[in-house]
Design a protein around this ligand. Structure first.
Ligand code: FES
Ligand code: FE2
Length: 449
């Protein structure tokens, strides 16, 4: 373990509401968080719809490391470290496919889809003394949640739902079908992947509602257009939340999960981004019809609107998941998965694909604005002088969050939407992971559910 000169408590000072820039650029801190955070957390690695049949596989990441996500002959999802036990070569080099055996390209050691070592070509009896069961691929703990696949290397970690600490209520709304059906969503097409010169934590914690009015100003004011040509950006988000009694909040969990939540209501204001599709009757009618079914299934909760970011590196934008994979202290590989209803007509899926391409990803209208700032703040923060100056997370520092279960009947700690509380919760939890020896020390004493 790398020793850090400054204690993490000083690197992340949540009483003062400050965070040291070192945690976004220091190699020693980065090496430590790969062990302390990424070896012990539950990490999103994909969705079951990407590997529907036995033998289907895809490559994913856990922290910096490549993993094979595959479905074995028993239909169980397996997550295997993509590193040969012989001399460490990548065992699988295809992004996706179907295979019952993964054969290493160096000396041909072969593993089945549970990771077991099943063949040692040309060894000529030379491995007769080797206990082959001990030399399979490393196998992660796996849990699925409404089709989404999560994995951890830590056998002592709590179950995935315990890890969520109540955030499952919000995560669930994202992965249901629009009609509220279980396992109703699928990943549309491939995964969009791009590299950006910033630390993985920069795009992570949700919510940062004070950036939109200026970061996305050209989009809102100059273009004034939404993805279908309809002017939907103007007046959305935080501005809309403050037009009446506050319904949108920052919601955080002591477990480090953060999100923006718009409370469910009896009116239909939130249904399926209705305004976006005003000039696309096919989508509008499809969503309207599915939303009616959703209301019957979920009642008032049908209109709960949320974008949960699950600690450490997962986050939602609408019905899009972004995963921030660390690739060194100053490099992040962002993987974006687009979700649609699996039983939606092809026409609807095609329209949604077009919508997603225009909004999200490296060429998307909103993401490229954000990327510009994330990159520039990295350049402007990594120098020796800049590193001496802490970053400010003091908005609403002295306000106590509202306990969601007692006030709203919903889990989480609620603060007004213009607040740094979600960021503070994220960095507090990060510091706890960096300091804790094991999961006993990481157990949350006062769950917000
Ligand atoms: S490194 Fe894989 S078989 Fe030798
Ligand atoms: Fe943004």
């Amino acid at each position: 373990m790398v020793a850090i000169d400054r204690s993490t408590r000083k690197l992340v000072d949540m009483d003062a509401g400050t965070v040291s820039r070192e945690i976004f650029c220091n190699q020693d801190i980065y090496d430590q968080e790969m062990q302390q955070v990424f070896l012990r957390s539950w990490l999103f690695v994909g969705h079951e719809s990407q590997i529907p049949k036995p033998g289907d596989f895809m490559l994913s990441r856990m922290g910096e490391e490549s993993v094979i996500v595959t479905r074995d002959k028993q239909n169980q999802v397996q997550v295997l470290l993509n590193s040969c036990r012989h001399r460490g070569n990548l065992v699988c080099r295809y992004d996706q496919g179907n295979a019952t055996v993964f054969t290493c390209s160096f000396h041909g050691w072969s593993y089945d889809s549970t990771g077991a070592l099943v063949a040692l070509p040309y060894h000529d009896g030379g491995y007769n003394d080797m206990v082959k069961q001990d030399w399979g691929l490393a196998q992660a703990r796996v849990e699925t949640f409404q089709g989404s696949i999560w994995a951890t290397w830590d056998r002592a970690a709590p179950s995935f739902v315990d890890y969520l600490g109540g955030a499952e209520v919000y995560l669930r709304t994202q992965v249901l079908g629009t009609d509220g059906s279980d396992n109703g969503a699928e990943v549309l097409g491939g995964v969009v992947k791009w590299r950006l010169g910033c630390n993985w934590k920069v795009p992570c914690p949700d919510v940062d509602r004070t950036h939109g009015w200026i970061t996305h100003k050209s989009l809102n004011d100059a273009f004034g257009v939404g993805p279908t040509g309809f002017p939907v950006r103007r007046g959305q988000g935080g501005q809309r939340a403050y037009a009446g009694p506050p319904r949108s909040f920052c919601v955080a969990f002591p477990e480090g999960h953060t999100m923006g939540v718009t409370l469910p209501s009896e009116d239909d204001a939130n249904w399926g981004d209705a305004g976006v599709w005003a000039d696309k009757p096919i989508i509008r009618e499809y969503l309207r019809e599915k939303y009616e079914i959703r209301k019957r299934r979920l009642g008032k909760m049908a209109s709960l609107s949320v974008g949960p970011a699950i600690f450490p590196n997962e986050g939602w934008l609408g019905r899009v998941i972004r995963i921030m994979h660390p690739q060194g202290p100053l490099m992040t590989e962002i993987w974006t998965y687009f979700f649609v209803d699996k039983d939606a007509p092809q026409e609807v899926k095609d329209e949604l694909a077009f919508y997603y391409e225009r909004w999200y990803g490296p060429g998307g209208m909103t993401q490229q604005d954000d990327m510009e700032n994330w990159y520039n703040l990295t350049i402007a923060s990594k120098g020796p002088m800049a590193r001496t100056l802490d970053l400010n997370y003091q908005m609403r520092l002295s306000e106590s969050p509202i306990h969601g279960p007692s006030k709203f009947g919903l889990p989480g700690l609620f603060t007004p939407i213009y607040s740094d509380e979600n960021h503070r919760r994220f960095y507090r939890r990060w510091a706890e992971f960096m300091e804790a020896k094991d999961w006993d020390e990481l157990r949350v004493r006062e769950p917000a559910k």
